[in-house]
Design a protein around this ligand. Structure first.
Ligand code: AMP
Ligand code: TRP
Length: 344
C-alpha cells in the first residue's frame, strides 16, 4: 500500500471551540463530552479557535484570558493532552493560509446559504465583518489542514461541515486528475448523543448560547452548585406531567430540553429516561436533574479553578500542542501549494 492510500484510511478528528466568554452546558454536552469519549479511539486535534473569535469584536485582554479558560475547561473535562493535540488556532499560521486558498475555491452562493451568518449578522448585514461572512471557509481550512475525517460538533455546525465537504470535493476536482488521487477525504460530522442542541433554560425554542444577555438562560461550566440549582429551579417548564412518549415530549420545547439534558448527563437514551419520569411532574424531576448536573459539573469547575492558578502551565501545554499541530499542518499545506501550482 502506498503512503497516500494508507493516509486515506486513517481516521482523524478535528474540532474547535471559540474563546469567547463562558463555556456552558451546551458546549459540554454538544461537543466536549463527545471529544473526551472519542479521543481514545481516534487521533484527535482540538483547537481554541481565536481566529474565529475575532470575526466579532473582542477585547484583547479578555481574549487572552478566555483562551486560558477554555483550555482549562477542555483539560478539566478530561481531554488528555499527552494523547490528543490541544492548541490555539492563531499559533499555526497555516490555518489562515489554507483559508485564503479555499476562499478562491468556495463560491459566494455557497456562503450566502449559511444560516448562522444570517443569524449572527442580524438585520445590519452591511456592517458585519468580511471575516464573519467568510468564517465557514476558515472552518473548512481548520478541518482539512489536518486531513481530518471526523468532526464532532453540536447540531448548529452541521451546515458548516457540509460546506467543508463541498470545498474539499471542489478542491479535489480542480486540482487532481482522477478520483483515486483525491487529495482530501470528505469530513464527516459527528453529532452524537441526546443533547446535540441544548436550548436556553428561559426559552426552549432558543439555543443555549454564550452571547445570551441572560445568565439564567445557561449553565456555565464555572457555576457553583448553588447557581446550578437556582437556575434549574427557575428554568421554564409547563404545567403538565412528563409524557410517556417522545412525540408528545417533542411538542413541549422546555420539557424536551430538560429531559434531553438529563438523558445526556446520565448517558442513556431519551426513551429510557422517559420511562423513569413519565407521569411525574417537574417538582419530582427537577431535583434529580439538579443533583446530576452538580455531580457532573462540580468536579470540572473545581479542576478548572485549580488549573487556572498556573496559567504558565496552560501556555506550555498549548505551545506543545502547537508544535505537534504544525508537524501535521506544514506538509499538508506544502502539498496543497504544490497542487495549486505555487513555486515553493
Ligand atoms: P462555540 O461556543 O460556538 O465555539 O461552540 C463550540 C461547540 O459547542 C460546537 O461544536 C457547537 O456546535 C457546540 N455548541 C454550542 N452551543 C451548543 C448548544 N446550545 N447545544 C449543543 N452544542 C452546542
Ligand atoms: N465554528 C465552530 C463554532 O462556532 C468552531 C469551529 C471552528 C470548529 N473551526 C472548527 C468546529 C472546525 C469544528 C471544526 O462552534
Amino acid at each position: 500500500m502506498t503512503n497516500l492510500q494508507s493516509d486515506h484510511l486513517q481516521k482523524r478528528i478535528f474540532s474547535g471551540i471559540q474563546p469567547t466568554g463562558n463555556l456552558h452546558l451546551g458546549n459540554y454536552l454538544g461537543a466536549i463530552k463527545n471529544w473526551v469519549n472519542l479521543q481514545n479511539d481516534i487521533y484527535s486535534i482540538f483547537s481554541i479557535v481565536d481566529l474565529h473569535a475575532i470575526t466579532v469584536p473582542q477585547e484583547p485582554s479578555k481574549l487572552k484570558s478566555s483562551t486560558h479558560e477554555v483550555a482549562a475547561a477542555i483539560i478539566a473535562s478530561g481531554i488528555d493532552t499527552d494523547k490528543s493535540i490541544l492548541f490555539n488556532q492563531s499559533s499555526v499560521k497555516e490555518h489562515a493560509e489554507l483559508a485564503w486558498i479555499f476562499n478562491c475555491v468556495c463560491r459566494i452562493g455557497w456562503l450566502n446559504r449559511m444560516t448562522q451568518f444570517k443569524e449572527k449578522a442580524g438585520k445590519n448585514r452591511e456592517n458585519a465583518t468580511v471575516g464573519l461572512y467568510g468564517y465557514p471557509v476558515l472552518m473548512a481550512a481548520d478541518i482539512l489542514l489536518y486531513k481530518s475525517t471526523h468532526v464532532p460538533v453540536g447540531d448548529d455546525q452541521k451546515q458548516h461541515i457540509e460546506l467543508a465537504r463541498d470545498i474539499a470535493s471542489s478542491f479535489n476536482n480542480m486540482f487532481t486528475s482522477d478520483e483515486e488521487d483525491d487529495f482530501f477525504d470528505l469530513p464527516e460530522p459527528q453529532i452524537i448523543g441526546e443533547a446535540t442542541r441544548v436550548m436556553s433554560l428561559r426559552d426552549g425554542t432558543k439555543k443555549m448560547s454564550k452571547s445570551d444577555a441572560s445568565d439564567a438562560s445557561r449553565i456555565n461550566l464555572t457555576d457553583t452548585a448553588e447557581e446550578i440549582s437556582n437556575k434549574i429551579k427557575k428554568a421554564k417548564t409547563d404545567p403538565h406531567p412528563l409524557p410517556d412518549n417522545i412525540e408528545e415530549l417533542k411538542e413541549r420545547p422546555e420539557a424536551h430540553n430538560l429531559m434531553s439534558i438529563y438523558s445526556s448527563l446520565s448517558d442513556q437514551t431519551l426513551e429510557k429516561a422517559l420511562i423513569e419520569f413519565s407521569g411525574k411532574g417537574f417538582s419530582y424531576f427537577k431535583p434529580r436533574l439538579i443533583d446530576l448536573a452538580i455531580e457532573t459539573l462540580s468536579p470540572i469547575s473545581r479542576e478548572m479553578r485549580s488549573l487556572l492558578k498556573y496559567r504558565n502551565e496552560i501556555d506550555k501545554i498549548l505551545k506543545n500542542g502547537e508544535q505537534k499541530a504544525k508537524e501535521i499542518a506544514e506538509p499538508v499545506l506544502k502539498d496543497v501549494k504544490n497542487l495549486v501550482g505555487f513555486v515553493n
